[in-house]
Design a binder for this molecule. Structure first.
Ligand SMILES: [Zn+2]
Length: 81
């Protein structure tokens, strides 16, 4: 369980929706760099990076670099009591 996480990313202010051209990011499905990359917060407050591919329409969410399953995202966007 060696966790050598080197965070080289610059801090993104949370709570704001940022849209920017993808830099270094690519579609996890087809590898295309023609993607839309958004940073957003889910309903339960989880900050995620959303990636949408313009080529194959694949969408993915990741949290701190870990890709989330769509079902997981949907669960988190539901109202949590
Ligand atoms: Zn793709």
């Amino acid at each position: 369980m060696a966790r050598s996480t080197t965070v080289t990313r610059t801090a993104i202010p949370l709570g704001s929706l940022t849209q920017r051209p993808a830099q270094g990011a690519s579609c996890t499905e087809c590898g295309s760099v023609r993607i839309t990359h958004l940073s957003m917060n889910l309903t339960d407050g989880t900050p995620v990076d959303f990636t949408s591919c313009h080529v194959c329409a694949h969408k993915s969410w990741s949290h701190h670099g870990v890709e989330l399953a769509v079902t997981d995202v949907l669960q988190r966007t539901r109202k949590v009591c």
